[in-house]
Ligand binder design. Sequence first.
Ligand code: HEC
Length: 204
Amino acid sequence: MNRILPLSILALAILALATLMLVVVPGMQINAQPATPGLQPYTAIQLRGRQTYVSMGCVYCHSQQPRSTDQGPDGERGWGRPAIASDYAYDSPHLLGTMRTGPDLSNIGARLPNQAWHLAHLYQPRSVSAWSIMPAYSFLFEVKERAAPGDVVVRIPNGRGPKHGVLVAKPEAIDLVAYLQSLDRTMVAPAHAERDDGYAKSER
Ligand code: HEC
């Protein structure tokens, strides 16, 4: 029993070393990196949309971290070049995600820049993607008798819209789409990062 003290000290020392090597040192290395050249900070509207993205739980089905070719065929899927740490310089908290029930959204703004498409998709995913299992976020829209000046009217294809009145996007939906449109990390990664991620230039 009298070995409890040295054992506890040893256990704490191992824990401290692991924290230092796995959390503190990588954190210092990554924090020192500036944003990827060409990456724009979020505007106020995009940041509000980002809050909606968090509160709606989009991150539970969508990642934002394309992998390098030796880890998966994300490039072939059209999700973009492998992510590097400096791509997340303006992201706090980051929204890397761990689940991919839906596609990776790191570069959705470059892949699908159309506001009308995103609004229709959010209202009813099956209006644009026939077999989608994504939930409908129809509560981000309202049905009005007629549109007021400044209203963003949404047309839903394939007869999936409301039968009467006009469908108007609420500010949350417009902000959320502004955030999705801002997701574009297709700029060329700095040379040192390309070497590190094992992604050969010829594979791009
Ligand atoms: C239950 C899982 C799930 C949740 C939650 C979810 N999605 Fe999806 N999402 C999917 C699936 C599956 C697809 C692929 C089918 C489709 O296009 O609808 C998809 C597709 C998409 C696409 C089109 C991507 C592409 O490359 O074509 C966008 C944009 C998108 N989702 C945004 C969102 C946003 C924003 C939220 C939160 C408001 C959200 N999703 C929540 C499952 C989900």
